[in-house]
Design a protein around this ligand. Structure first.
Ligand SMILES: Nc1ncnc2c1ncn2[C@@H]1O[C@H](COP(=O)(O)OP(=O)(O)OP(=O)(O)O)[C@@H](O)[C@H]1O
Ligand SMILES: [Mg+2]
Length: 473
C-alpha cells in the first residue's frame, strides 16, 4: 500500500508539473502573439497612423497591458553598449526577484538568438519569450539592425511550488491513511486469528500424558470446522494412546506372572535330585511360555508396519491344503478338509498359514481327542464384493455369547475353558485379526452347525477365477 500511495503521489506531481509547463508556454505564446499582432496592425493614438518609432510602439503597447501575477512584460531598446535600455515594465513586480532589476539577465535575453528559453537564476527560474523589433518598413533604422525587443517573462517558482505543495499534502494524507489501514488491519486480523491462536495454545498445552484438552467450538465458520477436526484428531489420538498404554500394562502384567513363578520355584528348590528335575521342567515350561508371549507381542507390534503382509498371487486351494497338512500335526482329532476355493487371490501365504495354525491350535485346545475339526476355504459373493473365506470349524463347546465380543482383543481369554490348558496369553486371536486386517479383511466368529465354533478369515479377493468346489478327502 505504501508503494502504491507513493507511486500515486509521484505520478500526480509529475502530471501537475507538466501542466504548469504547458500552461506557461501557452501563456508566453499568447503574449508574443498579441505583440506581433500589434506590430503589424497597431495604430498610434496620437499620430493616427502606423507606428514609426520603436520606443513609441513599445510604450503604447505596454501601457495597455495588464500582466498576470507571476508575469513580467518588458520593453527593451538598443543603446550604444550591449546592455539595452529598459523602457518600461508592465507592473510593479515584487522587488528582489524581478527580472527588470537584474540587468545582466536582461542583457543575456536581449542578446540571445533564440526567441524563447529558460533562465535559471539564483533568485528563481524564469521562462521567457522574445519578439525582436527590427528596422525596416515598420522600424525607424534604415540599416536593418535590431532596434528593440518585447520580452515576456514568467516566474515559474510559485507555480512549481503549488505542485510540490500538492505532492507533499498527498504524501501526508497517504501516511495518515497508511497508519489508519495498518491499525484497522491489525485489529481485524487479530480478531480473525484469535480462534487460531486458541487452537495453537491448546495444541501447545497437549502432552502425551494429558490429551484431554479440547478446543471450544464457536459458530459454524472455517475456524469452527478446523477446531472440530482438531478435536476429532485429539479423540483418535487419546484413544490410540489409551489402547497402547493398556497394551503395555497388560504385556507387563502377563510377563510378570511367569517371572514370579520361575522365581518361586527356584527359591524353594531343594537338594533332592528328583525335585530339582521337576523344578527345571516347570521353569523351562514357564520360560517357553514367556518367550512365546514375547514372540507374539513382537509379531503384533510388527502388524502396525506397512510391510507386515507381502501379498502375492496365490492358489487358495493349494494354500488350504497346505494349512490342512500342518494343522493335522497339532493333535489327534478327526481332521476334515471340507472344501477348497478354486481361486487365485493376492495373499501373503506365510501370514495366512500363521493365522490358520493359530485357529487350528485353538480348535485343538477346545476339543477332545477324536472330535471333528474341519478346515476349508470358499469364495463368497456378498453385497460389498467378492470375498475369500478360510475357516477352521470345530465341534467343541463353542464360544460363550458374552465372550464373543472380546476374545479378539489382546490378552482377553474366554470364561469357559473346557479342555484347554491354562497356558494361553490371549494373543492368538489378536494375531489372527491383525493378519486379516493386513489383508483388508477381518476375522469372524460364528457357530458351527451341530455345535462348536467356526473362526473364519474373510478376505478381500482380488480377481478370483472360479467358484468354490466341494471337496471330500
Ligand atoms: N475354538 C474355540 N472354541 C471355543 N473358544 C475359543 C476357541 N478359540 C478361542 N476361544 C476363546 O477365545 C479366547 C481367546 O483365544 P486366543 O487364541 O486369543 O487366546 P488363547 O488361546 O487363550 O491364548 P494364546 O492363543 O495366546 O496362546 C480363548 O481363551 C477361548 O476362551
Ligand atoms: Mg489361542
Amino acid at each position: 500500500m505504501a508503494v502504491a500511495l507513493v507511486a500515486v503521489a509521484t505520478t500526480t506531481r509529475s502530471i501537475l508539473l507538466r501542466d504548469v509547463d504547458s500552461r506557461i508556454s501557452q501563456l508566453l505564446t499568447q503574449e508574443t502573439g498579441e505583440f506581433a499582432n500589434f506590430v503589424a496592425q497597431g495604430v498610434d493614438p496620437d499620430a493616427g497612423g502606423r507606428f514609426t518609432n520603436t520606443e513609441r510602439l513599445l510604450d503604447v503597447f505596454l501601457q495597455r497591458q495588464y500582466s498576470d501575477p507571476d508575469e513580467e512584460l518588458l520593453g527593451l531598446l538598443r543603446t550604444g553598449d550591449p546592455r539595452p535600455r529598459l523602457l518600461r515594465q508592465s507592473r510593479d513586480f515584487p522587488p528582489g526577484t524581478a527580472l527588470h532589476q537584474d540587468p545582466a539577465s536582461v542583457t543575456e535575453i536581449f542578446a540571445s538568438d533564440a526567441s524563447s528559453g529558460t533562465l535559471t537564476r539564483s533568485e528563481g527560474e524564469v521562462a521567457w519569450a522574445k519578439v525582436p523589433i527590427t528596422a525596416g518598413p515598420g522600424g525607424t533604422d534604415r540599416t536593418g539592425r535590431t532596434e528593440g525587443a518585447f520580452v515576456v517573462a514568467f516566474h515559474t517558482d510559485r507555480e512549481r511550488a503549488v505542485a510540490d505543495e500538492t505532492f507533499r499534502l498527498l504524501l501526508a494524507i497517504s501516511g495518515v491513511a497508511l497508519l489508519m489501514t495498518t491499525g484497522i488491519g491489525w485489529a481485524v486480523a487479530g480478531r480473525i486469528l484469535a480462534p487460531v491462536r486458541v487452537v495453537r495454545a491448546t495444541a501447545a498445552q497437549l502432552t502425551e500424558q494429558d490429551l484431554t484438552r479440547r478446543i471450544p467450538v464457536q459458530g459454524r465458520d472455517d475456524i469452527a470446522a478446523l477446531a472440530e477436526t482438531f478435536n476429532g484428531m485429539l479423540d483418535r489420538l487419546e484413544r490410540a494412546f489409551a489402547v497402547q498404554r493398556e497394551f503395555v500394562d497388560d504385556a507387563g502384567h502377563e510377563l510378570r506372572t511367569p517371572i514370579t513363578i520361575v522365581r518361586g520355584h527356584l527359591e524353594l528348590m531343594g537338594d533332592d535330585p528328583a525335585e530339582r528335575e521337576e523344578t527345571v521342567r516347570l521353569v523351562t515350561e514357564e520360560l517357553d511360555r514367556m518367550s512365546r508371549i514375547v514372540e507374539d507381542l513382537l509379531l503384533l507390534a510388527k502388524a502396525e508396519r506397512p510391510d507386515f503382509v507381502a501379498p502375492e498371487p496365490v492358489q487358495v486351494a493349494e494354500l488350504t491344503a497346505d494349512v490342512f497338512v500342518k494343522a493335522r500335526a497339532l493333535g489327534e482329532r478327526e481332521w476334515v478338509l471340507a472344501e477348497v476355493a478354486d481361486a487365485k487371490a493376492l495373499l501373503d501365504p506365510q501370514r495366512i498359514t500363521q493365522a490358520m495354525v493359530q485357529l487350528a491350535q485353538n480348535a485343538v485346545q477346545h476339543t477332545r481327542r477324536g472330535e471333528r475339526v474341519a478346515v476349508g476355504s470358499c469364495v463368497r459373493v456378498r453385497a460389498s464384493g467378492v470375498r475369500i473365506e478360510l475357516y477352521v470349524a470345530d465341534s467343541g463347546p463353542g464360544v460363550q455369547p458374552q465372550d464373543a465380543a472380546v476374545i479378539f482383543e489382546r490378552f482377553r481369554r474366554g470364561t469357559a475353558r473346557r479342555g484347554a490348558r491354562a497356558t494361553g496369553a490371549g494373543l492368538g486371536l489378536s494375531i489372527v485379526q491383525a493378519i486379516a486386517e493386513g489383508h483388508q479383511g477381518r476375522a469372524e466368529l460364528r457357530p458351527t452347525e451341530g455345535g462348536g465354533a467356526t473362526f473364519a478369515l474373510v478376505l478381500d479377493a482380488t480377481a478370483p477365477t472360479t467358484e468354490a468346489t466341494p471337496h471330500t478327502p
